[in-house]
Design a protein around this ligand. Structure first.
Ligand code: NAD
Ligand code: ZN
Ligand code: ZN
Length: 342
C-alpha cells in the first residue's frame, strides 16, 4: 500500500496528526488528484473541534479548497483528463436524483457528501474527487490564489446573489475573514456598495483595500444604529462572522424590506426580535456553499481578474499553528497550504 503525508483528525479538539496515511485509490467515477495547494477554511476548524450537530467520523482528512493535477482516472470517467487542473469542494458529491438535485439546488441534497468532512479532503498530498463535482480550474490561474475561491469564494458569491441587492444598493458584510474579504470583492464587482463590519481594525483595513466604502468596528458596540444613521440601513446583510452576536446585530443593520443572509456557522443561537422582523418586512435566510453552476461563475470572476484573494503560503506541517491563529482571529484573508514546501 502506498502512503502520503496528510494532516489527520484523530480526536475532536486535539491537534491534527501530520503523518503517513494511505494514498487513496480512485473508484468508479472518481479521479486521483495530486495537490498543489489548499486553502484552510474556518469550517476545517469546526470539523476538527466537532462543533456541529452532524459530526464527521475520525480519523478523517479535512480540507475542501484543494487545487491539484489529475493523476489517475477511475473506471468510467470521461469528463476529466490526466494532467488537468481541478479543485475539490465542500459539495463533494450529491445524488443527482432527489427533488433538490433535480431543481438546481444540489447544495440541499440530503445524500450529499462533503469534502474534508464526510469524505477525506485536501490536507494531504493526494485527494479523490468525484468527476461530476470536481471544479475545473480556469487556464492561467495561480493555483494558490484561486484555492480560496473553491469554498470562500463560491459561498459568498452565492450568498450575495441571495441578498437580492441590486447594483448601486448597499450590502453590509459582517466578518472580514477568509469569506468576508472575498465577499467585499465580489460585491464591488457586482456593482454593490459595501459597508464592512468586524471586531478587528486590521480586518477593516483589508476591507477598505478591497473597496469597502464604510467600515465599522463591532468590538464592544452594536454597529446597527450607526448603519441606520449613515445610510438608512443596508438593503442586504451578509454575515460571515464566527460569533453568534453578529447574527443578532445583523437584523438591526437591515433597511426595511431588506434581506439578511447567514453564511457563518458558529455553534449557538441569537435573539431575533419578532416585532422588527414583521414590521420591517425582513427576510432572513441561510446559504450553504454554491452549486456547480455557482462555482463555474465564481471561478470565472477570478479568471477575469475581478477578484484577488489575499493569502499567505505555509507548509502543511504548520497546520496546527494555522488553526490556532484562525481561532484567535489572527489571519489576514486566507492561509493556503503550499505542497511544494513539503
Ligand atoms: P475566518 O476565521 O477567516 O473569519 C471570521 C471573521 O469573523 C474574522 O475576521 C473575525 O474577526 C470575524 N468576527 C468574529 N466575531 C465577530 C463579530 N462579533 N462581529 C463581526 N465579525 C466577527 O472564517 P471563515 O473561513 O471566513 O469562515 C467564517 C464562517 O463561515 C465559519 O463559521 C465557517 O464555518 C462558515 N462557512 C460557511 C459556509 C457556508 O456555505 N455557509 C462556507 C464556508 C465557511
Ligand atoms: Zn469552507
Ligand atoms: Zn440529491
Amino acid at each position: 500500500m502506498s502512503t502520503m503525508t496528510a494532516a489527520v483528525v484523530r480526536d475532536f479538539g486535539a491537534d491534527l496528526d501530520v503523518t503517513e496515511y494511505p494514498t487513496p485509490e480512485p473508484g468508479p467515477g472518481q479521479a486521483l488528484v495530486k495537490l498543489i495547494a489548499t486553502g484552510v477554511c474556518h469550517t476545517d476548524l469546526h470539523a476538527k473541534d466537532g462543533d456541529w450537530p452532524i459530526k464527521p467520523s475520525p480519523p478523517f482528512v479535512p480540507g475542501h479548497e484543494g487545487v491539484g493535477i489529475v493523476e489517475k482516472l477511475g473506471e468510467g470517467v470521461t469528463s476529466l483528463e490526466v494532467g488537468q487542473t481541478v479543485g475539490n469542494a465542500w459539495l463533494w458529491s450529491a445524488c443527482g436524483n432527489c427533488e433538490h438535485c433535480r431543481t438546481g439546488w444540489e447544495t440541499l441534497c440530503e445524500q450529499q457528501t462533503n469534502g474534508g468532512y464526510s469524505t477525506d479532503g485536501s490536507f494531504g498530498e493526494y485527494m479523490l474527487v468525484d468527476a461530476r463535482f470536481a471544479a475545473p480550474i480556469p487556464e492561467g490561474s495561480d493555483p494558490h490564489e484561486i484555492a480560496p475561491v473553491l469554498c470562500a469564494g463560491v459561498t459568498v458569491y452565492k450568498a450575495l446573489k441571495q441578498t437580492e441587492v441590486r447594483p448601486g444598493q448597499w450590502v453590509a458584510i459582517s466578518g472580514i475573514g477568509g469569506l468576508g474579504h472575498i465577499a467585499v470583492q465580489y460585491a464591488v464587482a457586482m456593482g454593490m456598495r459595501v459597508i464592512a463590519i468586524d471586531i478587528a481594525d486590521d480586518k477593516l483595513n483589508l476591507a477598505s483595500q478591497h473597496g469597502a466604502e464604510i467600515t465599522l468596528n463591532a468590538k464592544g458596540a452594536d454597529p446597527a444604529n450607526e448603519i441606520q444613521e449613515k445610510i438608512g440601513g443596508a438593503h442586504g446583510v451578509l454575515v460571515t462572522a464566527v460569533h453568534p452576536s453578529a447574527f443578532g446585530q445583523a437584523i438591526g443593520m437591515a433597511r426595511r424590506g431588506g434581506t439578511i443572509v447567514f453564511n457563518g456557522l458558529p455553534p449557538g443561537e441569537f435573539p431575533a426580535p419578532i416585532f422588527d422582523i414583521v414590521l420591517k418586512g425582513l427576510t432572513i435566510r441561510g446559504s450553504i456553499v454554491g452549486t456547480r453552476q455557482d462555482m463555474e461563475e465564481a471561478l470565472d470572476f477570478y479568471a477575469r481578474g475581478l477578484i484577488h484573494p489575499t493569502y499567505s503560503k505555509r507548509p502543511l506541517d504548520d497546520i496546527n499553528a494555522i488553526l490556532d491563529e484562525m481561532h484567535h482571529g489572527k489571519i489576514d484573508g486566507r492561509v493556503v497550504i503550499d505542497y511544494a514546501e513539503q
